[in-house]
Design a binder for this molecule. Sequence first.
Ligand SMILES: Cc1ncc(COP(=O)(O)O)c(C=O)c1O
Length: 359
Amino acid sequence: MTTVATMIPHSRPAIGQADLQAAAEVLGSGQIAQGPRVEQFERDMATFVGVQGGVAVSSGTAALELALRALRIGMGDEVIMPSYVCAAPWLATQRVGAQARLVDIDVNTFNIDPLAARLAVTKKTRAIIVPHLFGLPADLTALERLGIPLIEDCAQTLGVTEQGRRVGTVGRLTVCSFYATKALCTGEGGMVLSNEASLLERITSLREYDGAATLNPSSFNLKLTDLQAALGLSQLGRFSAFQERRAVLAAAYRDTLSSTTAVCPIVPPGRMHGYYRFVIRLSHAQTAPGGLANMISRLEQQGIHCRKPVFRPLHRYLDQPGFPHSDEADRTALSVPLYPDLTDDEVQQIQHSLVQVLS
Ligand SMILES: Cc1ncc(COP(=O)(O)O)c(C=O)c1O
């Protein structure tokens, strides 16, 4: 039986010497709350994503909520989002008092199905939250044609393109998360990015209550700290190296899995994959009732911590029928550890175990 000490975790932040030094410098500077490093991080992220500006906030969930508030979405409005995603888009929509309209995904890409989104549009639809899951851009071209404001959710996907356009540059607003397991992490943290200065101003004024001319009951304290921003800046400086390593590991896994029945991540023409997660689909035989949990536990016995990539689709929490592709993803998708600081030995161990368990 493998002990926990030898387990390869499902994810691990890539914290290096430069990150430690960046954090130590802030701690020594006496300026640890929101300050110049947050401003620098906002500017550098905006340049990296390819938009005019960004407002750093305390989490991706806060970023989604402030994005909705910036568009003045609230009671009586509807927001479309896929069912197969974490709870954050639904939570943010609830918090502003709007109605979440869940739609199904394209099971091949795990992303929102543009046709399902089109069928869900009503007179009350004010926005579509478009998560780019696992490192693969959603079909922005088709979604854009619906003529509804898009909020791109780049929590899992940065630095890649769809039809030559960088993710984060197509929606009216884009949100990021810098949670500890994300490809660019600050522990907790988030950002809203946009080309529209008026939207960014509104978000800045909602983010903090201090210094406002009037008392605004919708103001919060949702700030990022300079300590977190210093880590973010340091990580941003190494992001392309992270991406290169992720691509190498993804190619190695594809090679290994070619001898099994697992379906590797599909990359439609015109899209790049950033491999934030390496999510495979197992065969129906392997995932008959209880099968996925059984696979996860067999891999765990080999010392590999794999996970369901989405804990539970939203429609299942809300008891809504009619999401066959989200259900299929929920039953068959397995996320295999893939992150930049996996050692070559660990990669080999993962490859060996995958062949043993999945063949
Ligand atoms: C697609 C997506 N959106 C939003 C969030 C929320 O981000 P945070 O955890 O920083 O609140 C996450 C985080 O898991 C996510 O994966």
